[in-house]
Design a protein. Structure first.
Lengths: 337, 437
């Protein structure tokens, strides 16, 4: 019986909690991608680097107020600066929209031109980020580190496996939860949100009903950028900020959005958890888990890992391939037809 | 229109030749041929992307992956087989590959014969079975292979054939990967192809970096054989020494120039062949059908054209050309370094070449390949100089200046992105527009 509890604690500590954290971060990222796709009708390849840019701005602001001696103990100081990061990044993204995407909307360019333009934007952002903050790892989490320490948990319950919950992990979940609830409230209950959904469903009809398309575009970018910045900061606080990693996050984020059905916000959020849990369960080494459950003579000699951690990005790709093969419109039907 | 276009083409290529000649006269002929060789390879790759984008409008964000497959083929064709490694684990690796192949065959059979639902269950069951069976042999095989003299080999080696064959093989391997991706995504929205190609290219690089038994991973394979003479042999041969005497030049620089010119001739031949084939295809009824699909898919479909199959065809052909370019690049480098495959250098740069040169026009793609590579090479010193100039008013010791100068290399990302966006917005037809036919 104790072995079973130990085994489950182990799984909770290394699969469940990291999965929930990573899933909520991916879900937020995928929400941004899916909103841009649903309303502006293109896959925004610059989303990963928008996340990185927003995080960078937040880091720089955090460093600045930390130097003034302001902190936000026990929460990370960066949380205070997120709204400012969102505002600055939104201004940049709106500028990019005016300079780049507005032109293609005006000439009624095919969706693929928007995708190419977004790849161009992606590289400009990458260049900017590396010029400003450099390509190296930045760790900017401060405040209390743990809510629950592994050692305390072990001593309290008398188990040999510990369970630890980091502040950043709980924060990711809470912030994501609040954001998603307010996002759905906004989309379904407010006039602006309804106009966004109407525009996404039928562009011409929405315009005929007097919805101003420029306004819709404006709100879309504000929403997407805010989601991107917050997702980026949460990810950066939980792991660390490295520009190249944010570019690589693009693949799991797209996979999450497609699993849930591109253009479907609820789907994107659920998709984030699907991708995160697949990634973690497939690359987790189950050796110790089974060592608890099996009798000693059957104890595993190998790591019992389905796929090496170096291939974690391959998992998102696999999910992508499977979804495209079996149900291209995603779990919740999106606008992929 | 056609005459105007011809003149424009002549003018653009003339200007490009002048630029290269200027490098030859003012810097050095060795440098000029070094740039020219890479220009030619870039032109091959951008020709491949143009076949996909310009002919039917497919957006491939995974050029890097297909180029890396070409480079990998160069290793697997040209290096000598490592006998001990084959004895140690070759059989096991072959068995696991065989299991995967047979399994894939069974899956495709099941998907054709069974009903949709049964096929899904059957596929799932087969995948699990294949995974564990193949893994059993694979792990023991790769471990044994990687243990064989890891400092020098630790991989299976190749076939020991002349490296020039790898150009063809690289094309075929890249074509197979493209077929796999295309089969899954081409029937769907255009965005899915972009996302899937981005994914497969990242994963291919991951595999090449991590699977040491294949091509030594990040330990790199160096000293690949060459299709042209070695400088050392040239310097030792009598006729070459006589030639250097007659020309009155330095023996060492002449020999390295000789090698570069031989590469240039090889690459030029390959590019010319590919260009002739691409132009013939574009002018044929097949090419007209492709443009019809690109310009109005619905109409082409109504005329009874199988759009998905045609797109798949073009996607495979274009990726093959990119693969050939990748093999050529590794041949020129004489080494295979997985870490050098960066999306900026291999995917994005090629796209800038195609868009700047003129999408839909093979000559334009080639000009773009030449011009953008030239700018890319010359941009580094210019970028550094520019950064020094901007910061010249600042204090030598100021951290901001040091930071900016250190990160000046990333100016390239910025400038290339800006070039792409500006060309897309203001000159969407590129330097040599497609023109009416």
């Amino acid at each position: 019986m104790l072995d079973l509890v130990n085994a489950l604690t182990l799984l909770a500590n290394f699969v469940l909690i990291p999965g929930i954290t990573y899933g909520s971060q991916l879900g937020l990222g995928a929400l941004g991608v899916t909103i841009v796709y649903g309303i502006l009708r293109f896959s925004n390849f610059a989303h990963g680097d928008t996340m990185a840019f927003g995080t960078m701005v937040t880091i720089l602001l955090t460093l600045w107020i930390q130097s003034l001696g302001i902190t936000f103990y026990p929460l990370p100081t960066a949380l205070l600066m997120v709204p400012f990061g969102v505002v600055i990044t939104t201004i940049l993204v709106l500028g990019i929209d005016k300079a780049v995407y507005a032109h293609f909307r005006q000439v009624n360019a095919p969706p693929v031109m928007f995708v190419i333009a977004s790849v161009g934007v992606m590289f400009v952002l990458q260049g900017l980020i590396r010029l400003i903050i450099g390509p190296d790892d930045q760790s900017f989490a401060d405040g209390a580190r743990f809510i629950l320490r592994a050692r305390e948990f072990k001593e309290y319950f008398g188990l040999s496996e510990g369970l630890s919950i980091k502040v950043t992990q709980l924060m990711s979940l809470v912030v994501t939860f609040l954001l998603v609830i307010s996002l759905f409230w906004f989309l379904h209950r407010t006039r602006t949100g309804k106009s966004l959904r109407a525009y996404s469903d039928n562009r011409d009809l929405a315009q005929l009903s007097g919805i101003n398309p420029d306004r819709v575009v404006l709100y879309t970018w504000i929403l997407a950028t805010a989601l991107a910045t917050i997702a980026g900061v949460l990810y950066g606080l939980d792991k660390s900020f490295k520009p190249s990693v944010y570019f690589q996050l693009l693949l799991p984020i797209f996979a999450a959005a497609i699993v849930g059905g591109l253009g479907n916000p609820l789907g994107a959020f659920v998709g984030g958890f699907v991708v995160a849990f697949s990634e973690i369960t497939i690359t987790y080494a189950y050796k110790r888990f089974f060592a608890y459950l099996l009798p000693e003579e059957l104890e595993p000699t190998t790591l019992l890992q389905l796929l090496g951690t170096e291939y974690k990005f391959a998992v998102s790709f696999l999910i992508l391939v499977i979804v495209l093969l079996i149900r291209p419109s995603g779990i919740f039907a999106g606008k992929s037809a | 229109m056609n005459i105007l276009n011809n003149n424009r083409r002549l003018f653009c290529f003339g200007a490009m030749a002048l630029l290269l000649l200027a490098v030859g006269f003012f810097q050095s002929w060795n440098l000029m041929f070094q740039i020219l060789n890479l220009c030619l390879i870039s032109a091959v790759m951008s020709l491949g992307v143009n076949i996909q984008w310009g002919y039917v409008g497919l957006f491939n964000v995974g050029v890097m992956g297909f180029a890396a497959l070409g480079g990998l083929s160069a290793v697997l064709i040209s290096t000598k087989p490592v006998q001990e490694a084959w004895q140690a684990g070759g059989a096991n690796i072959l068995i696991s590959l065989l299991i995967i192949l047979i399994g894939a065959g069974l899956i495709s059979l099941a998907r054709h014969k069974l009903s949709r639902k049964a096929a899904h269950y059957c596929t799932f069951l087969l995948v699990v079975l294949i995974y564990f069976a193949a893994r059993y042999f694979y792990i023991s095989g790769t471990k044994a292979v990687e243990a064989v003299d890891p400092a020098l080999t630790g991989f299976l080696g190749g076939l020991g054939l002349p490296i020039i064959f790898s150009w063809l093989v690289g094309g075929i391997v890249a074509g197979c990967a493209a077929w796999f991706i295309g089969r899954i995504t081409l029937g769907l929205r255009s965005d899915y192809l972009a996302i899937a190609t981005l994914g497969i290219s990242e994963i291919l690089i991951l595999v090449i970096k991590n699977e040491d038994w294949l091509a030594r991973g990040v330990k790199n394979v160096i000293g690949l054989s060459r299709p042209v003479a070695y400088e050392r042999d040239l310097q030792a041969s009598e006729w070459f020494v006589n030639l250097a005497d007659t020309l009155g030049t330095d023996l060492v620089s002449l020999s390295s120039l000789w090698v570069k010119i031989s590469y240039t001739l090889l690459f030029l031949g390959c590019l010319a062949l590919l260009l002739v084939l691409a132009e013939l295809a574009l002018k044929s009824p097949w090419g007209r059908m492709m443009r019809a699909i690109r310009d109005n898919e619905t109409a082409a479909h109504a005329m009874g054209k199988d759009i998905v199959a045609r797109k798949l065809q073009v996607f495979v052909l274009g990726s093959m050309v990119v693969g050939i370019g990748g093999a050529m690049l590794t041949t020129l480098d004489g080494q295979f370094t997985p870490t050098s495959y960066q999306p900026l250098r291999f995917t994005f740069l090629i796209w800038v070449m195609v868009i700047v040169g003129g999408s839909g026009n093979n000559w334009g793609a080639i000009l773009g390949g030449f011009l953008i590579w030239f700018v890319w090479i010359e941009a580094e010193p210019v970028g550094l100089w520019l950064m020094e100039f901007i910061t010249s008013g600042m204090d030598e010791q100021s951290p901001l200046k040091q930071h900016l100068v250190r990160n000046a290399a990333y100016m390239r990302l910025l400038t290339m992105g800006l070039i792409l966006l500006v060309v897309l917005k203001y000159f969407p037809k590129g330097l040599i527009p497609e023109g009416t036919r």
